[in-house]
Ligand binder design. Structure first.
Ligand code: ADE
Length: 250
């Protein structure tokens, strides 16, 4: 998979050299390039923002540098390997006003050959950039959650990690992907390791015996109880209002 990230803080993306994502890059599973938006601003101060039309607080990112940067991403990406002359990335623009980024969306994006990320800062990017980009490539505006970050960089770190770990070969133990929170709409069950007693707290008895059926049943019940307690919005309406027994039968 090819990934391009455009930001005014390229160093913010340095963690993508670390851990499993860094290894995936070194193994050639991920081809990731980070671009400095200021390289596409041509005045002496490399200006990428200006005051908002209509007034209001803060600054807005200018359209010109964004269009040049995205043009560069597309042309450079096409020449990077022998991809089709008309290939385009799916452009992700993180922002608090976007569609919620979910595991389902991470799975959809993990199937794409090429993603580009545009990191906004300040009060956002001039709206015409969304239109301009939408005429050239698929565009998705995605939010990490209902809170406001200072810019898209942290959101890109989170999204790239969520997407890249789904690619074949990135996670050594692919089985660990199967029983995770959000993979099937329920949260993960609690886990324990040695010692069997610590700080006067015992590991649940059922996990110490080798009865795999009983363990699977206990884990399933734990997932439902935990989801009901922490994320009732994930459960079907009947289960969330108390009808857990039926779900636990499954
Ligand atoms: N940029 C600023 N806030 C954000 C959020 N909640 N999600 C994604 N990108 C953002």
């Amino acid at each position: 998979m090819r990934l391009d990230v455009v930001s005014i803080f390229p160093e913010y993306l340095a963690p993508l050299d670390l851990s499993l994502i860094g290894k995936a890059r070194r193994d050639g599973l991920l081809d990731l390039a980070v671009h400095d938006l200021r390289d596409f601003a041509h005045d002496r101060h490399r200006t990428v923002d200006d005051t908002p039309y209509g007034g209001g607080a803060g600054m807005v990112m200018k359209p010109g540098p964004w269009a040049e940067a995205l043009d560069h991403v597309v042309t450079q990406g096409r020449s990077r390997d022998n991809s089709a002359v008309d290939a385009v990335p799916t452009l992700i623009i993180p922002g608090p006003g976007g569609e919620p980024f979910t595991q389902q969306i991470a799975r959809e994006l993990a199937d794409e050959p090429w993603l580009a990320f545009a990191c906004g800062r300040y009060e956002g990017i001039d709206e015409r950039v969304y239109e301009w980009a939408g005429e050239r490539m698929p565009v998705r505006v995605l939010s990490l959650g209902d809170y406001v970050l200072n810019g898209g960089e942290v959101a890109v770190l989170a999204m790239v990690e969520a997407i890249a770990r789904l690619l074949p070969g990135v996670i050594g133990n692919a089985e660990s992907l199967i029983e995770e929170s959000h993979e099937d709409g329920l949260l993960e069950y609690p886990v324990y390791t040695k010692p069997a007693e610590w700080d006067g707290r015992a590991v649940p008895e059922v996990l110490l015996g080798g009865n795999h059926q009983a363990i699977a049943k206990w884990r399933h019940e734990q997932r439902i109880q935990r989801t009901a307690a922490r994320r009732p919005d994930l459960l079907p309406p009947a289960a969330a209002t108390g009808g857990l027994a039926e779900l636990e039968e499954r």
